[in-house]
Design a protein around this ligand. Structure first.
Ligand SMILES: [Cu+2]
Length: 1012
């Protein structure tokens, strides 16, 4: 390993790569942990490609948001955009001159580049106050299901799904899946590339016209030239949001597209665009007869389908929206998905050429970021100066890789952050890896399978060996996950266990009416009743997010953080401080917080519900925001800034990885969820017939000690509108699912905290919900199988399991005290692999949180249980960790990763003094790690799929044994899905990280590697 010590920050990347090409350090064995060794925090896999020692001292490692103060570091960042005054160039200028805050301004002009003002929604805008945003007016989107192709791979479900600019919004609006802007005036229909979130222009003098509009749309949409010769969006008009979405490309574009195609296929007249005369009539479900085509229609749904070609599909002939519609996985039936990158060449947040008032919002100092957009790169060659400090090529701006969050899936399908790929143009330009494999430090001599796709698509085969749960898919690109998720694309992937639900007939279509008197049918993911377009009627899927918007409707990615925020007394920065690292870098985002609540792509929507039972599945798809959710019945809207008073009882039925042992009554009538988490609620609206119920929020941002979404004395909220999320309008009494209508869920305070009372009442209700306990067995059986003895905080250190202690820290700029980045164990993402559980071993992980925020920690591959949380003396621990110096833990020469003190002596109080909360009692994959506590989880590092002897021997589509051919077919040695084999779990890395996406991209992510 000595030769690695020669590597220094002054070596160019090319020299670095050459060093590895000629060195003889291959074939070093992995060092796996022995069993029962107690605290084990420095078991390092000797990855020969990872820099070691001094190379990783923090002083030598540039971090996100750091402009180059050290000339030596220019070797690490040779790619930063050259500064051209007056062009809106917005990155570090790449010179060796000491950088100041002005360097983050417009290339040294001293003028801070101005983002578009946040006056579309932000409540402290004087102009905005004149016209309030309409709340609870537009219905929430209900994501329908995708349709599998069951013919291509017998026994498997096959989908092709593309990420793309939003398109087909108007078709969805007509189908009743989204609000239709035409209902608020005679404005042009939403063009492709945009979506309507329900916002209107609330500025009396009109809103800015979006960049890049041309033709009649601009003429009609930006019509008010009495104010501005370039036109303004009139006050009260809908403002459309440029967004990226996802859609199904095969099977005629999925259910929504297929219905539209079928319907349009009955028309034969060509002519003007549809909707010229108003909205389309209600569209049918797949099972219904097709209606006659209205006379004025022409069968060209805003260019979605060409007349006469309705039965064919091709690229651009599908609906692509935010959020995506859902893929349903069936346990035991593999799901093959070809994920296609059809993004435009330039990122949504980095238009090119850059608009003068909208600089590129991609921070080139993040890991994995390339510096500039260079159309000449289409020649397929990556210049040596576009190789990052780790030897791998830096990304095109439109790179993407899909992670199936919560999936128990082989390594090469996990969406490893380095396995990004571009669209058909940029994938060519950035993919000339010498052997197709990702370069140091992750190309491992032991045969790790880390091959980046050669083209613009990756085919992943998911074995579907896991239990019933609500998992979901989103981007995981290195350093840019927060950009891509905020841009829109993500979707649900509920997994159901057919063995628990009977035959899978009428899988994707409207099912038969529920059996009379049965609670089972409406809970059941298979037989549940559905509305048109395959939307579950009583099983709601909600993705909760927040966004900031510019006044033209576009997403404000900068969040206004480049501007001074008003002081609020809650620790939110009040000014930008000049220095080597400005307190708040205009692009670097410690967190992203928007001022608008979004549910399924709509701002403060409403949902009409019947006066009965509902199952509501919620994913927190926000970048950074935790939500403390409740339900408040109120005759009048809850005023902005008012503290909610949730008063509607509900149960938590399931969490990230499936059902709890039993439904948990939420005493406080509110619970907190953080990014990446899922909770499934049971709620009964029977007692609220004819009333209105608001979904409320009380979580601070950052959580738990940041700005509250309601006013407190002396600290008015920065986000007073975020005290509510949406509204439910409850129908007439007697509608909906009525069984067990009142006394199963309604909590009686006289019961106190005695769960046994509740359990008895649930048991008494089994006649009412006869099959419901059957679902619950999922958790109990699997738990007992993995942990015969229940681990507790008192027993986890007794030697039965490997214990890994990892700390979470925030890098602080010494001059300004500003946050400059996040880390795990004081090392960056691409430091050598240190978390190496043995296959099938049980490991206890203890997260030691040295920061002031809660972080939802998310280990991939495995489900885990929360053992408990315990206070610790964070100050004393930090001193032990860092000594008298400023806390810059991390590797030091000769000491590799450094010594992490055992946290046990620093624990406070009685072990187990902070038990897992009731909502934490089931299988999890993302767990809240609160500040100043040690959060302990336990997991078995297993993979239940049938594994081949090696990655090369696997036979599932998309593996080395069954490659995708150039013509789109596969050459599989085994096309029978029942006997497919997959890559061994040891064949490649996974990651574990904070699911605050801005943190994850800022090095708060590490590799995990299961070893034999
Ligand atoms: Cu975090």
């Amino acid at each position: 390993m000595r030769v690695l010590g020669l590597w220094s920050t002054r070596l160019g990347a090319a020299a670095f790569a050459a060093l590895f090409a000629t060195s003889a350090m291959a074939q070093l064995p992995f060092v796996a942990p022995a069993k029962g060794t107690g605290v084990n925090n420095a078991v390092n896999v000797q990855n020969p490609n990872a820099p070691t020692g001094a190379a990783w001292q923090q002083s030598n490692y540039p971090y996100p948001g750091q402009c180059l103060a050290d000339p030596a570091n220019t070797a690490l960042f040779p790619l930063l955009s050259p500064c051209v005054a007056g062009t809106g160039s917005f990155a570090c200028n790449g010179t060796s001159a000491p950088q100041t805050a002005a360097g983050w301004m417009e290339c040294g002009t001293g003028v801070r580049t101005v983002f578009k003002p946040l006056n579309a929604l932000i409540p402290d805008s004087t102009a905005a106050a004149a016209i309030p945003q309409p709340k609870y007016v537009w219905p929430v989107l209900n994501p329908p299901d995708y349709l599998p192709d069951t013919a291509s791979f017998p026994g498997a479900d096959y989908y092709e799904v593309a990420v793309h600019e939003a398109q087909g919004f108007q078709a969805l609006a007509s189908a009743g899946l989204f609000p239709n802007p035409q209902a608020v005036g005679a404005f042009p229909a939403v063009p492709d590339g945009m979506q309507w979130t329900g916002m209107i222009c609330n500025i009396p003098t009109g809103c800015s016209c979006p960049n890049g509009l041309t033709g009649t749309f601009k003429t009609n949409y930006c019509s008010d030239t009495s104010i501005d010769p370039a036109g303004r969006i009139p006050a009260g008009a809908p403002v459309y949001t440029p967004i990226w979405g996802m859609g199904q490309v095969n099977n005629a574009g999925g259910p929504v597209t297929q219905i539209l195609q079928n319907w349009l296929g009955t028309c034969s007249t060509s002519g003007a665009l549809c909707w010229a005369g108003g909205p389309l009539p209600s569209l049918p479900s797949l099972a219904s007869p097709l209606p006659a085509c209205p006379a004025q229609e022409t069968c060209n749904v805003l260019g979605l389908f060409a007349p006469g070609a309705a039965s064919a599909w091709s690229q651009n002939n599908y609906v692509s929206t935010w959020p995506s519609i859902s893929i349903r996985g069936k346990r035991g039936t593999p799901v093959v998905v070809k994920w296609v990158n059809e993004f435009p060449d330039n990122h949504l947040f980095c238009p090119h050429p850059e608009a003068a008032d909208w600089p590129c919002a991609i921070d080139r100092t993040f890991m994995g970021m390339k510096a500039t957009i260079d159309p000449a790169l289409a020649n397929g060659i990556v210049p040596t100066d576009r190789v990052n400090q780790f030897g791998s090529p830096q990304q095109p701006d439109n790179s993407w890789v899909t992670h199936l969050h919560g999936g128990e899936i082989p390594p090469s399908t996990d969406g490893f952050a380095e396995l990004w790929y571009g669209n058909s143009t940029t994938a060519t330009a950035y993919n000339n890896l010498a052997n197709g494999f990702v370069s140091p430090p992750f190309e491992n001599p032991s045969g790790l399978h880390l091959k980046r796709p050669a083209g613009n698509a990756a085919t992943y085969t998911y074995p579907m060996v896991q239990d019933e749960a609500t998992i979901w898919f989103h981007d995981h690109t290195l350093g840019k996950t927060h950009h891509n998720v905020i841009a829109g694309p993500a979707g649900f992937f509920p997994v159901v266990d057919a063995a628990k639900h009977g035959a899978l007939t009428a899988w994707n279509y409207r099912a038969a009416a529920p059996v009379a008197g049965s609670e089972y049918s409406w809970l059941d993911p298979v037989t549940l009743p559905r509305d048109a377009l395959t939307i579950p009627k009583y099983d709601l899927f909600f993705a909760i997010q927040d966004r900031a918007f510019n006044d033209d409707g576009s997403i404000n990615f900068s969040n206004g953080l480049g501007q001074a925020l008003p002081p609020n007394g809650n620790g939110v920065p009040s000014a930008v401080t000049p220095g080597v690292v400005p307190e708040i870098h205009p692009v670097w985002l410690p967190e992203y917080f928007g001022e608008a609540a979004i549910m399924n792509g709509v701002v403060w929507p409403k949902k009409a519900v019947e006066a009965g039972w509902y199952r509501i599945r919620i994913v927190d798809g926000s970048d950074s925001r935790c939500w403390t959710l409740g339900f408040q019945a109120s005759a009048t809207p809850i005023a902005p800034g008012a503290q909610p008073v949730p008063n509607v009882p509900f149960y938590i039925l399931a969490s990230d990885q499936g059902y709890l042992a039993k439904p948990i009554s939420i005493y406080a009538k509110k619970f907190t969820m953080c990014p990446g988490e899922r909770y499934e609620l049971l709620i009964n609206f029977a007692a609220y017939a004819g009333q209105q119920i608001y979904m409320t929020n009380e979580a601070a941002a950052p959580y738990p000690a940041g700005d509250l979404p309601y006013d407190v004395p002396g600290a008015p909220s920065l986000f007073p509108e975020l005290n509510t999320v949406m509204r439910f309008d409850v129908g007439a009494a007697g509608t909906g699912v009525q069984s067990c209508a009142t006394d199963l869920i309604t909590w009686n305070p006289a019961w106190g905290a005695d769960q046994s009372v509740l359990a008895a009442r649930i048991a008494a209700k089994q006649a009412c919900m006869p099959k419901y306990p059957h679902l619950m067995q999922t958790f109990e059986a699997s738990y007992a199988q993995v942990f015969p003895t229940k681990p507790t905080l008192q027993t986890v250190n007794n030697g039965s399991w490997i214990v890994r202690q990892v700390f979470l820290n925030e890098r602080i700029d010494g001059g300004t005290g500003a946050p400059t980045g996040m880390q795990l164990n004081g090392v960056p993402f691409e430091y050598k692999v240190t978390e190496t559980p043995r296959e099938n071993s049980v490991e206890v992980w203890q997260f030691i949180n040295l920061t002031v925020d809660a972080h939802p920690m998310h280990p991939h591959l495995v489900r885990h249980l929360v053992v408990g949380r315990q206070w610790f003396n964070a100050g004393a621990y930090r001193t032990a960790l860092c000594g008298a110096s400023t806390c810059s833990p991390g590797p030091s020469p000769g000491n590799e990763m450094g010594t992490i003190p055992d946290v046990t002596p620093f624990l406070l109080g009685t072990p187990g003094n902070v038990l897992p909360t009731h909502q934490d009692s089931g299988w999890k994959d993302a767990t809240q790690v609160p500040p100043s506590k040690v959060t302990t989880i336990i997991a078995k590092w297993e993979a239940r799929w049938p594994a081949a002897a090696s990655a090369a021997a696997a036979t599932a589509p998309g593996t080395a044994g069954c490659p995708l051919n150039a013509n789109g077919t596969y050459t599989c040695t085994d096309v029978n899905a029942n006997t497919w084999t997959y890559e061994p779990v040891t064949s490649g890395p996974f990651v574990w990280h904070c699911h605050i996406n801005s943190h994850e991209d800022s090095e708060m992510m590490r590799t995990s590697l299961v070893v034999p």
